[in-house]
Design a binder for this molecule. Structure first.
Ligand SMILES: *Cc1c(COP(=O)(O)O)cnc(C)c1O
Length: 353
């Protein structure tokens, strides 16, 4: 595909790596292309990073037609840069687009956009283990009219942010509260799509949990408030009595690429991984019986995030003595090892640039 590149005349200074937070500083450029029904995607361009201008009636501002993805560019110890399973993000973005009646991307073009952009911004891929260049592709409906319907115009963009290590302070298990009031999404809804609206609707529960001293909520299903779905904006896994259990993808759960990768790694490690409905009652029983050995969230940002305490109603349970469990640690070591190019990738997951 043809991508026009207009380079910045005022390049940014890359902040010191130890000062990088998450998603606060951006690279010099951004990618944009536009879509119109009948015409398809057009005017693919990389331009200096900056504000964009929108018509006040733009669909995204009124009806929330927005989807996004999140992936990282990793610096290997030999100095090269690589992505991790980028086609998975591209396919998931198209699944999200289909759900939200937004236009689909050509898979090959989308990969070329990622590659071209990361090569151009290579100097922003930090070097220390755990740091990365976070890539944020997103798409929004951009009709300049207030009628509610599938959009005829859309914009796709890619921005990137050099980000620090999620575990700059070491891996500390988090305290999680089981949420029994708000739900993240419902079956038949948009849970499997990475769309902005899901996050706008879920921050209230997160804020309330934070006020009580918990770092996130464990979501229950939106129909019966009975089955466990996700933790914050991560998928969740449990080790109960030697078996690894993760909620099955019912449509209201985001199909995480880290989740999928954890399952594949665990299987090669010889563990049985069961994807099924797991009720909160069953989990509480396991905790009461001392059979919940490990619990962790998984997602691109943290890779894995061990859960040290879980609160339900007015009871609080400690998991694994509040320390990171053996399986959680192994998953972290293998996945980060592959991502940062320290461990041989026997799965064919890395995509070198
Ligand atoms: C992005 C996301 C995840 C994790 O997906 P990864 O592909 O592993 O990063 C899980 N749950 C929600 C709600 C998400 O938005």
């Amino acid at each position: 595909m043809k991508i026009t590149i207009t380079k910045t005349t005022t390049p940014n200074v890359m902040p010191p790596e130890e000062k990088l937070g998450f998603g606060k500083v951006f690279t010099d450029h951004m990618f944009i292309m536009d879509y119109e029904e009948g015409k398809g995607w057009y005017d693919a361009r990389i331009v200096p990073f900056g504000n964009i201008s929108l018509h006040p009636a733009s669909t995204v501002l009124h009806y929330g037609a927005e989807i996004f993805e999140g992936l990282k560019a990793y610096r290997r110890s030999d100095g090269g840069v690589q992505l991790f399973r980028p086609m998975e993000n591209i396919r998931r973005m198209n699944n999200s687009a289909e759900r939200m009646s937004l236009p689909l991307l050509d898979e090959k073009d989308a990969l070329e956009i990622l590659e071209t952009f990361v090569r151009l911004e290579e100097r922003f891929v930090p070097k220390s283990f755990g740091t990365s260049l976070y890539l944020r592709p997103f798409m929004f409906g951009n009709d300049e009219a207030l009628g509610v319907h599938a959009v005829k115009r859309a914009t796709f963009m890619l921005i990137a942010s050099p980000s620090g290590s999620y575990y700059a302070e070491g891996i500390n298990p988090v305290k999680i509260m089981i949420e029994s009031e708000d739900v993240r999404t419902v079956r038949g809804g948009t849970g499997y799509a990475k769309c902005g609206g899901n996050y706008a609707a879920s921050t209230r529960a997160g804020e309330r949990a934070a006020k009580k001293g918990y770092s996130q909520v464990l979501w229950l299903d939106g129909v019966e408030r009975k089955y466990i779905e996700e933790v914050g904006a991560m998928n969740v896994m449990f080790k109960i009595d030697g078996e690894i259990i993760t909620p099955m993808l019912t449509g209201s759960i985001l199909p995480g690429i880290t989740r999928k990768s954890c399952i594949e790694v665990l299987k090669t490690m010889g563990y049985t991984v069961t994807e099924r409905l797991l009720s909160v009652d069953e989990l509480v029983q396991a905790m009461e019986a001392g059979k919940l050995e490990e619990a962790w969230g998984c997602g691109t940002a943290a890779v894995v995030s061990p859960i040290g305490k879980l609160a339900y109603g007015d009871k609080e349970y400690e998991i694994g003595g509040g320390k990171i469990g053996e399986v959680t640690q192994k998953l972290y070591d293998i996945l980060t090892g592959i991502q940062w190019g320290k461990v041989e990738d026997t799965f064919g997951w890395v995509h070198k640039l």
